[in-house]
Design a protein around this ligand. Structure first.
Ligand code: ZN
Length: 268
C-alpha cells in the first residue's frame, strides 16, 4: 500500500523536463526536505496551480503529495515567492544559474535537510539580482558549497607541513584544493600554481564576505583563470563527476560579457 502525505516547503526550482503534452517532471531543492522530484500534471496549462513559478531557479512555496516508496512525488502546486527570471535575460547570468542548479542537484540529497546550502543558494541568487557578476557568483558558490559540506581543507595552513600561511608566499595545488608553503613540494598527482594577486585576494576575502562584496572580483573569477582551475576542478574531483553546464558558461564568457552568445547547435 502506498502511503500518501501532503507536504509543503520552501524551495528553489532547479530543473523541469517535459513529460508528454502538458506534464512536467520538476526537480526542486527544498529547505527542509532536500531534493524533491515529482510530476506536475498539466503544469503547462494550469496557471492557477503553477502560474509564473516555472522559470528556472524560482523561489517557491512547494505543495506536494509524498508517495512512500516512489521515486517521483506528485507536485500539486507552486506559489511564486521570488522570481529570478528577469536577471536571467542576461545570457551570462542564465549560464551561471545553470551551473548553480547542476551543482545543487549533485550535492543535495532526498530527505536530507541542508539549511546552510539552501541559504547559500538564495544568497548567491540575491547577489546576482543586485549586480554580482556571473563568474564571481559561480566561484563564490563553489567555495561555499565545498565548505558547508566539509570538503574544503583549512586554507590558512600549509597542506604539507600544516604551518600557518599567514604572511607567507603560497602555492595552490589541484585537484586536492590545497595551499602550500614554498618549502613543501607537491605530491604525486597534484598540479601546482603560484596564484596571481587577484586570485589570492578572492580566496582571502570569500570566507568572510557576503556574495555582493565580491562584485569587483569578476575578472579573477573568469573561466580559464587560476580560481577556475583551483575551485572548479576541486569541486568536480570532490563530487567525483564533471558538470556539463560549465561548458556553456565558458562559451558565453568567450563571446564577451556584454554581447549575447551566437546560437550554436553544438553548445547545449
Ligand atoms: Zn609547508
Amino acid at each position: 500500500m502506498i502511503c500518501l502525505t501532503l507536504r509543503t516547503d520552501e524551495a528553489f526550482l532547479l530543473d523541469s523536463t517535459r513529460l508528454g503534452e502538458a506534464d512536467l517532471i520538476l526537480t526542486l531543492f527544498a529547505r527542509e526536505a532536500g531534493t524533491v522530484r515529482g510530476v506536475a500534471r498539466s503544469a503547462k496549462n494550469s496557471r492557477k496551480r503553477f502560474g509564473g513559478a516555472l522559470e528556472p531557479m524560482s523561489r517557491v512555496r512547494l505543495n506536494w503529495t509524498e508517495r512512500s516508496g516512489r521515486d517521483l512525488q506528485r507536485i500539486d502546486s507552486l506559489d511564486l515567492l521570488q522570481s529570478y527570471a528577469e536577471m536571467q535575460s542576461d545570457p551570462n547570468l542564465q549560464a551561471a544559474c545553470a551551473v548553480l542548479a547542476e551543482i545543487t542537484r549533485a550535492m543535495a540529497g532526498e530527505n536530507d535537510p541542508d539549511e546552510r546550502f539552501f541559504r547559500l543558494l538564495g544568497a548567491v541568487l540575491d547577489g546576482m539580482q543586485d549586480g554580482l557578476g556571473p563568474f564571481a557568483a559561480v566561484r563564490y558558490f563553489e567555495f561555499w558549497a565545498l565548505r558547508v559540506h566539509g570538503m574544503l581543507p583549512d586554507l590558512t595552513r600549509c597542506s604539507g607541513c600544516h604551518e600557518s600561511l599567514a604572511g607567507r608566499e603560497v602555492r595552490l595545488t589541484s585537484p586536492d584544493l590545497g595551499m602550500r608553503c614554498p618549502g613543501c613540494p607537491p605530491e604525486a598527482g597534484m598540479e601546482v600554481r603560484v596564484p596571481e594577486a587577484d586570485s589570492l585576494s578572492f580566496l582571502s576575502r570569500v570566507a568572510d564576505s557576503p556574495p555582493s562584496a565580491l562584485a569587483d572580483m569578476e575578472t579573477a573569477c573568469r573561466p580559464g583563470r587560476t580560481l577556475d582551475w583551483f575551485l572548479r576542478r576541486g569541486l568536480e574531483a570532490s563530487a567525483e563527476r564533471g558538470f556539463r553546464s560549465y561548458r556553456h558558461l565558458s562559451t558565453v564568457a568567450a563571446h564577451g560579457a556584454d554581447r549575447p552568445p551566437k546560437r550554436d547547435s553544438n553548445t547545449r
